[in-house]
Ligand binder design. Structure first.
Ligand SMILES: [Zn+2]
Length: 352
């Protein structure tokens, strides 16, 4: 069952968005940092639009339409997401550690062109309930060049009574032509108090570590909760290992060791962890405290002492450029290995 109500910090934005629906575009792009609840917002928006007796604009949660949305079988709603995402959503909520889905290699992390083709077929049939139809697509950066262009063609000749709600972490990872076809709505993280309150209510059982979880997630509550449910620590287990190796000058040696684990993750995820680690390394070098990984302060300090400041800044800049090209590496293993080797360098690279 998929949660399809607005999160507390989204309600005001949702109210304004729903009220402005009359002059609405046929395609919207909800964007903002990972883990602030953008897909949830899109599903809740779809539920509100399809509900047969909305209350104050929001889905009532009780009519047939609301029931179908919750069970994922509303005939006028399509969710388009990678198989891997759908699989992860199919797991029991708040599952214990051994129920965390093993990410299988067979589940695609991309939105495939076949999925867009099926969507086209669906769009060519009449709506079932005689009202409007909604397509919710997330994350849009999972579209590859082929499926992205196929979707673009659909958006260029929009079918009647159909609303497209796309969700993306970063606009610069999307086809610019796709972005320009959509109206945009920025969604942000709540303030720290609201985020902490929500995490406590959601059952984060270690109140003393709520700050650490939120910090590691850059303030994004859903990302913090996910880290808690998956690993029992605010950071992935490989991060302290990598930092420890860096501090001992074994940064290159550990690269190969970490490949099997990291190659199974979406590149944007582990690159994000490295980017945040480099922000912390640079902050320690500059004499200010860490921002993202307070519990790893000691090993970050040791790593920072080992790296030259120029090298750290260079690696940080370079990692940001990799985020833009890392969507679909041909060989995830090679990509992991080459990135880890490069950022293990303690001195700046000449003319790169
Ligand atoms: Zn309803």
């Amino acid at each position: 069952m998929l949660e399809s109500t607005f999160l507390p910090w989204q309600q005001e934005t949702a109210r304004r968005w729903l009220a402005a629906r009359e002059r609405m575009a046929h395609a919207w792009l909800f964007h903002g940092p990972a883990g602030v609840g953008k897909a949830r917002f899109a599903r809740a928006a779809a539920a509100s639009l399809l509900c047969e007796s909305p209350r104050g604009g929001f889905a009532c949660g009780e009519c047939d339409a609301c029931l179908w949305v919750r069970h994922g079988n509303h005939p006028d709603l399509r969710l388009l997401r990678p198989e891997a995402v759908a699989q992860a959503e199919g797991q029991p909520e708040a599952a214990g550690e051994d129920a965390v889905p093993a990410r299988t290699k067979s589940a695609s992390r991309e939105i495939r062109v076949e999925q867009v083709r099926e969507l086209e077929t669906w769009l060519n049939t009449a709506t079932h309930r005689g009202g409007s139809r909604v397509v919710v697509l997330y994350p849009a950066q999972a579209l590859n060049a082929i499926s992205g262009n196929a979707l673009l063609k659909v958006l260029e000749e929009p079918p009647e009574h159909t609303l497209f709600l796309l969700v993306a972490d970063a606009l610069d990872r999307l086809l610019p032509t796709l972005v320009s076809r959509c109206r945009r709505l920025a969604l942000t993280a709540p303030d720290a108090d609201a985020a902490a309150a929500w995490l406590r209510a959601a059952g984060l059982a270690e109140p003393g570590r709520i700050h650490a979880y939120l910090a590691a997630a850059g303030g994004a509550p859903l990302a913090a909760l996910q880290a808690h449910e998956q690993g029992g620590a605010p950071y992935p287990a490989w991060l302290p290992r990598w930092l420890g190796a860096l501090a001992e000058g074994r940064g290159s040696a550990i690269a190969a060791e970490l490949v099997p684990e990291l190659e199974k993750m979406p590149a944007s995820e582990w690159l994000g962890v490295l980017q945040r680690a480099f922000v912390d390394l640079m902050r320690v070098q500059a004499g200010v405290g860490v921002r993202y990984y307070p519990e790893l302060q000691a090993s970050i300090g040791a790593g920072a002492a080992r790296l030259s400041r120029v090298a750290a800044a260079q690696h940080a800049r370079w990692l940001a450029t990799q985020q833009r090209v890392a969507n679909h590496p041909l060989s995830p293993a090679l990509f992991v290995h080459s990135v880890l080797l490069r950022v293990a360098s303690e001195t700046p690279a000449a003319a790169r």
